[in-house]
Design a protein around this ligand. Structure first.
Ligand code: SF4
Length: 90
C-alpha cells in the first residue's frame, strides 16, 4: 500500500471515530430523557384505584409515603400520584 493511500485510510478511520462520538452521546441522552408531568396528565392523587406505588415505572422514595421518582415522568413523584403511562405491576 502506498503512503498516500495509507494516510487517507488512517485519516478516514480517525474522522469516522470522531463523528461516531456525538451520535452515541445523543443516543444515550435521548434514552435518558423523561417526559414532563403535564404532557402525561400527571396528578398527585390516585385515579380509579390506580396509583404510582402500584405502577411498574415507580421508583420508591425513602419510605412508603415519601415521594419517589419515575422511569418515565420527570420530577418528584408521589406514591399516590397517577399519570397516563400507568402500568400495573404484575
Ligand atoms: S408512569 Fe405515571 S403512574 Fe407510573 S409511576 Fe410514573 S408517574 Fe406514576
Amino acid at each position: 500500500m502506498d503512503n498516500s493511500r495509507r494516510s487517507f485510510l488512517k485519516t478516514a478511520t480517525v474522522l469516522a471515530g470522531v463523528a461516531a462520538v456525538p451520535v452515541s452521546l445523543m443516543s444515550r441522552e435521548a434514552f435518558a430523557a423523561k417526559v414532563a408531568k403535564a404532557s402525561m396528565q400527571y396528578q398527585d392523587t390516585p385515579k380509579n384505584g390506580a396509583q404510582c406505588s402500584t405502577c411498574m415505572q415507580f421508583i420508591p422514595g425513602k419510605s412508603a409515603k415519601a415521594s419517589g421518582t419515575c422511569k418515565v415522568v420527570d420530577g418528584s413523584i408521589s406514591p399516590e400520584g397517577w399519570c397516563l403511562a400507568y402500568s400495573a405491576k404484575s
